[in-house]
Design a protein around this ligand. Structure first.
Ligand code: URA
Length: 452
């Protein structure tokens, strides 16, 4: 038995180097004992590593996709992960095309492990809640897998201007604005108690909570109970759910006829949650997918989620969304019957102090995201589309056009009638009150015309 001792549970480089040498020496999977320093399986505890026999085979290469998969799977808590990946490596050494064999049970098992890891990474990004302690932002989080180190870069980019610490049972990470450092794991009691930031979260959550859109099952799936203790806003959930049951039942009945579309849409949304088509996923909290009934007649397309949408994971819930709601109400449109989405699904911003300032998506980002809009369009099959601003125009028409050249006339998008109008945040930026009111009236008129 060859004993391989890895330095850490997420030691991908250690696993890769050992696995490569073992595969060249033709060592069988069941002749290797994989251990992690300091873990229960490390029976000898002497820090030793057996020497790998010399190579008996020529050098080989494996598809990059496998290496990406291995890097993710390595973060899983399953103790068998090292051996499973090694077994796959041997198969690919002999036949690299087997990476495409989706029916292979080993490949499926690895895909499943990777999916669970990605999900945990996503949860950490969405559910870490910082609390201010003596000028430093501190969060307590309990991941399922060994994802903390792999996720540190995200928090570093996202909260570049803050000094923060994330404490977890296995590892703590600290950022002082310049250097990211690690420290041993912490205990729950080391985490911060409630403070004013907590009240802010609660108020914010109550304001964006829309009972008409409540799906308790989906909510529990997205926000599993294990995270609730660290999230101040979850104290409100039982109360909010109780008041929403009756409306939820009616909503489910309404959307029943489009059963298949519902499944297709849910699968698409799940896929989009892991989108890496452009670089924007690196700094955004999460994908903000479209929302609304799958049998909606009207689809409204905005630009990209803003700060509040990025935190809430829902489109148009911040100031521009409130203005859009008001305009829709004046135009006689019921938002709960409309599918609302964005041309770009991740928030693009520039950090300025503690604030995140909206930055316009570029042509590459809009084009990369167009795939999602096309899929949404195909599933919802609206009879009318409303384009809010030039980013939506660029995305759906496929080339840059001025708003004045497109506004006020019928456009055809793959056989669907579309209308272009201003983006509501344009109104929020207007300095002159009278002119803003005029522009708002024209906006309402555009929405009314689009819905006719
Ligand atoms: N602006 C948008 O275009 N979309 C949102 O979801 C929010 C603000």
């Amino acid at each position: 038995m060859h004993r391989i001792l890895l330095a850490r549970p997420d030691d991908y480089e250690g696993w890769r180097d050992a696995a490569r040498a073992l595969a060249l020496a033709d060592v069988a999977p069941d002749a290797i004992g994989w251990n992690v320093e300091g873990e229960a399986g490390d029976l000898f505890g002497d820090g030793g590593n057996d020497a790998v026999p010399p190579p008996v085979r020529p050098a080989f290469s494996v598809p990059k996709r496998f290496l990406d998969l291995a890097e993710t799977v390595l973060l899983h808590r399953d103790p068998e992960r090292f051996a499973l990946l090694y077994a796959m490596l041997l198969r690919l050494r002999d036949d690299p095309d087997r990476i495409d064999d989706e029916a292979d049970p080993l490949r499926r098992r690895l895909d499943l492990l990777a999916k669970e890891v990605r999900r945990d990474i996503h949860k950490m990004r969405a559910f870490v809640r910082f609390r201010e302690v003596d000028g430093r932002y501190v969060a307590w989080f309990e991941p399922v897998h060994h994802i903390v180190r792999a996720n540190a870069g995200f928090f570093q980019r996202r909260f570049a201007n803050m000094h923060w610490s994330i404490l977890t049972p296995e590892l703590s990470i600290h950022w002082d604005g310049a250097v990211l450092s690690e420290a041993p794991g912490a205990a729950r009691g080391d985490g911060p108690a409630g403070d004013p930031v907590e009240a802010l979260w609660k108020g914010y959550y109550a304001s964006i909570f829309n009972p008409a859109r409540l799906k308790t099952g989906a909510m529990l799936k997205e926000m599993p109970r294990r995270y609730w203790a660290n999230m101040p806003e979850t104290a409100l959930i039982p109360e909010l759910i109780a008041g929403a049951r009756a409306r939820e039942t009616r909503m489910v009945e309404r959307t029943m006829p489009g059963g298949n579309a519902t499944n297709a849409w849910a699968a698409l949304r799940e896929e989009a949650a892991h989108c890496t088509r452009c670089g924007l996923f690196r700094c955004a909290t999460q994908t903000v997918f479209g929302e609304g009934p799958v049998d909606a007649d009207i689809m409204i397309v905005g630009e990209q989620p803003g700060d509040q949408e990025d935190l809430a994971g829902k489109p148009f819930v911040g100031p521009a969304g409130q203005l859009l709601d008001r305009a829709m109400a004046e135009a006689g449109l019921d938002r709960s019957r409309i599918y609302v989405t964005n041309a770009v699904k991740h928030f693009k911003f520039e950090p300025r102090g503690k604030r995140r300032i909206h930055a316009k998506p570029n042509a590459g980002e809009i084009t990369a995201c167009r795939w999602w809009i096309d899929q949404e369009k195909a599933i919802i099959r609206p009879s009318r589309i409303v384009l809010l601003g030039t980013t939506a125009i660029y995305s759906l028409i496929g080339k840059a056009q001025t708003l004045t050249s497109q506004r006020g006339r019928d456009l055809m998008l793959d056989g669907i009638r579309a209308r272009a109008t201003i983006h509501p945040s344009f109104l929020l930026r207007m300095p002159d009150k009278d002119r803003t009111e005029q522009a708002f009236t024209m906006f309402v008129e555009d929405l009314r015309a689009a819905s006719r």
